[in-house]
Design a protein around this ligand. Sequence first.
Ligand code: PLP
Length: 510
Amino acid sequence: MLRFRRTVYCDNNATTRVSKKAQKAVAGLLGRCYANPSSPYRMAHEAAGILADARVCLAKAVNAPPETLIFTSCATESNNSLRAIAPFLPPDKRAILYNPLEHPAMLETLFHLERQGFSLIALKPDRQGRISPEEMACAWREDVGLAVCMAANNETGTLYDAKAMAAVAHARGALFFSDMVQALGKIPVDLLGSGVDYASFSAHKIHGPKGVGALYVREGAPFAPFMLGGHQEEGRRAGTEGLHNIAGFAAAAEDVPLLLAGAGGLCRRRDALAAALRELTPDCVVNSPSGTECQPGTISVTFPGRANAVLMGQLDYYGISVAAGSACNTGEDAPSHVLTGMGLSPEEARSTLRISLAHDFSDKDLRYVVAIFDDVLSGKGDTVTAVQPSRLTPEMFFAPDVFIIDLRRTPKTDYTLKPLPNSRRFPFFSIGKHLDEIPKDKHIFVTCEVGYDAPIIAYYLRRKGYRRLSFLMWGILGWKLTRPELYARFAGNGETQDDRQNSGEEHKDG
Ligand code: PLP
């Protein structure tokens, strides 16, 4: 029981806790300094000064001249800036060599450029996501004008040598763009020393606020603004600066040396966790590289035969937040492109968790996480029954004491995956507000679209005191694929138990 008292956040590659210092900087500014930094009068001078100071702070953290840094709304925007940069490539250099394990913020930008007529050449990562500068040189083609490779992978922590890759690109007369979002605060970032032409950063990955990022443009590198409008950021990014967020980013950036100083301890706890997991389940596979080839704090682990969605739900039940490393927030059941790009099968990708630790992860947290993994993996922990889609029959969804929850992430109703009959729709993100509509005296059967949300909510309901619970494995999509005839007949027909009793159908299904 004591175990419920602990909350251990292990998803720091998704976002980090906002530091006290960053919170203070944001709140202080919101209350005090609201003038527009672009305005000419005296009141705005303080705002302009804060903006300039913030740029200097970030510049120190990444070793770059302040004027080469442009504040943006997030790293996604910084990566999207490539859409305005790529047109500078000469007509005979319109191919882009890229790491296929990039974050979607970069990948989708590249795919957009491909639709605009640029050609893409994917590099070939190994089983741990690594790509060496030599491999980049080997894959080079005459028509490559730009190379793109992140400095640290968000799903595995795999590190890439930005300096050597920039040198490969420059030696061939090309530009080099590096997404450094997951590198800042984890490994030293030295923009001038590395020679990269463009780099992106995000405040919320280094304990700063959300909604602010930065783009580095090397002095002299071709550039056109992606956001058009006013003359902010020296005409390089239109839009009134979110000064409070920028001040929070600067406060977080000031602490980058502290984060780097703690990297050794973080590596030690990461390695201890990996070793403990290997001891608990010798067949688990750590996908991240080891030692200095991996960002401190990140491990990607495959637990063969275990659905990551269920593990996530079970760990969440015990207060531990981890990521599935999969496109679990889309309407599709696409396994992680990073993991499959490294050679994992879709099944292995769906059995993989990403655990990303921050500096506040203590030895006590480590012991707790290992103890809970032990309970969960050995089956000693509290469990909710998982119903395989092949076992879902009409008797189950029309059983008199079953209450079926149909979880949806958006309020739209033109579902691609139709709900089970006799089910009630509930919003995934705010189901907590609807607990009084979920009866405690019935068996609660939780369903969702593609399989990630149902276990999380089933275990959440367990925590809320519901005892008779089960959930549909692999979601309605899994059921549709396993029992297409039942899906075609029943899904989305809106039939209720009462309709069924009135029509006497229940006797016909056998
Ligand atoms: N690039 C990488 C490697 C990331 O991990 C993320 C966020 O997860 C982003 C870009 C996007 O950052 P933001 O949330 O600031 O748009």
